[in-house]
Design a protein around this ligand. Structure first.
Ligand code: BT5
Length: 332
C-alpha cells in the first residue's frame, strides 16, 4: 500500500506535468486509483504545507506555487549529480537525519542515498552535543557512503566533506568560508555549518559512513537560540537575502559527489591541499581539547589521516585524532 507521502508526491507530479491547465479531480483519482474525496483530503494537506493549489469543483486543480520544501518532487528536477541524492528519504520532522540514515544503511541502503528533514527534534552534534534544528529554514542532510578505504582514513572523508561544503557555500554565495578543524565551517568567525560523520566498521573494513551536514540557510536573527546567538550565523544573514534551500542542496550534493570521486581516484593529496587553503590553520596558536586533556601550542598541519599535528610550548610534536580547538590570541 502507498503511504500518504507517496500519494502527495504523485499528486504533485501530476499537477506539475500540467503547469498551464487545470486537472480534474476525476482524472487525478482515476490515474492514482484513489477516491476523489481522498484527492481532496491530500490537496488540503498539501496546502497546509504551503503549496498554493487552486481548486474548483468545475475545472479541478491547478498548482500555482510550491513552497521551498526539500521533498523529492521539489529537489529531483534540480539535481545535476550522477548518483548522489538520486534516492531521497524525506521527513517533515525527525529525531536526527544521521540516526535515520544509520538505520537505513544497516538495512542495506545504497551508497548515495540521502535523508533530509525539514526539522530535527534531536539534531546531533559531536560528543553528545546538540544541533539546533528549527523547521523549514535550514538544511539538515545525511548521506550514506560506502568507501573501500581502510578505517584509519575515515577522518579524511570528514575533511573532504568540509572542503566540499565550504566550496558549495562559496560557489553559491561568493563568500569565502573558512574551515575550523575538524568540522566547523565559519563565516566571519561565526559557525555557519557543522559536520557529524559516523562510521560503522570492522577493524579493516568500513561498512558505511554517514555524512551528516547541517547548514544554516534562512535562519533569521530572532530564530537563533540564546546559547548560539553570538556564535552562529546563517547564509541569509550574511548575504542579506533569502536562500533557495533546494538550489543550495543541489550545489552541495554536486560538490560532494565531485570531491568524493576525486578522493577515491586521486587519494588524500588534493583534499589536504584544499583543506589547508581553507583552514589557514598552519602556524596558528591553538588550545586543543581532546579526550578531556587540554593541550596548548601551535598548529603545524593536518597529516595524511586527517589528524592535527600540534607543537607544544616545550617543542614537543603531538598528534591529535579527535577533539575541539580554540584559536588563541598571542599577547606581545
Ligand atoms: C557539529 O557538532 O558541528 C555537527 C553538526 C551536525 C549537524 C547535522 S544536521 C544533519 C545531521 N543530523 C544530525 O543529527 N546531525 C547532523 P559540534 O562540533 O559538536 O558542534 C555543536 C555545537 O555547535 C553546539 O554545542 C553549539 O554550540 C553549536 N551549534 C548548535 N546548533 C548550531 C547551529 N544551528 N548553528 C551553529 N552552531 C550551532
Amino acid at each position: 500500500m502507498r503511504g500518504k507521502g507517496t500519494i502527495d508526491e504523485e499528486i504533485l507530479r501530476l499537477l506539475k506535468d500540467h503547469p498551464s491547465s487545470f486537472l480534474s479531480g476525476e482524472e487525478i483519482s482515476r490515474q492514482m486509483k484513489v477516491t476523489r474525496t481522498a484527492v481532496w483530503k491530500r490537496v488540503k494537506h498539501l496546502r497546509s504545507l504551503g503549496y498554493e493549489i487552486e481548486a474548483s469543483t468545475r475545472t479541478g486543480y491547478h498548482l500555482i506555487r510550491s513552497p521551498d520544501l526539500l521533498t523529492p518532487s521539489e529537489v529531483k528536477p534540480l539535481l545535476r549529480t550522477k548518483w548522489m541524492g538520486r534516492i531521497i528519504h524525506h521527513f517533515h520532522s525527525i529525531d536526527s537525519t544521521n540516526l535515520a540514515a544509520y538505520q537505513l544503511a544497516l538495512q542495506g541502503a545504497e551508497e548515495g542515498e540521502i535523508v533530509i528533514a525539514e526539522s530535527q527534534k534531536k539534531g546531533r552534534g559531536r560528543l553528545g552535543r546538540k544541533w539546533f534544528s528549527p523547521p523549514l529554514s535550514n538544511l539538515y542532510v545525511s548521506i550514506i557512503l560506502r568507501p573501500r578505504i581502510p578505517p584509519h582514513q575515515a577522518s579524511l572523508i570528514t575533511l573532504m566533506a568540509a572542503v566540499a561544503t565550504a566550496d558549495a557555500i562559496q560557489r553559491f554565495s561568493g563568500l569565502q568560508p573558512l574551515i575550523k578543524w575538524p568540522n566547523d565551517i565559519l563565516l566571519k568567525d561565526r559557525k555557519l555549518a557543522g559536520l557529524l560523520n559516523e562510521i560503522h566498521s570492522e577493524m579493516d573494513r568500513i561498512h558505511f559512513i554517514i555524512l551528516g551536514i547541517g547548514v544554516n540557510l534562512n535562519m533569521g536573527e530572532k530564530m537563533f537560540s540564546k546559547e548560539i546567538r553570538d556564535l552562529a550565523t546563517s547564509l541569509k544573514r550574511e548575504m542579506g537575502q533569502p536562500i533557495s534551500r533546494k538550489a543550495f542542496l543541489q550545489a552541495l550534493l554536486q560538490e560532494l559527489e565531485t570531491w568524493y570521486e576525486t578522493f577515491l581516484e586521486e587519494g588524500a593529496a588534493p583534499v589536504l591541499k584544499a583543506w589547508r587553503e581553507r583552514s589557514q590553520i598552519q602556524g596558528r596558536p591553538v588550545k586543543v581539547t581532546s579526550f578531556g586533556e587540554v593541550l596548548v601550542g601551535t598548529a603545524i598541519d593536518v597529516d595524511s589521516d586527517g589528524a592535527l599535528i600540534l607543537e607544544t610550548k616545550e617543542g614537543e610534536r603531538k598528534r591529535v585524532v579527535a577533539g575541539d580547538i580554540e584559536y588563541r590570541n598571542i599577547k606581545a
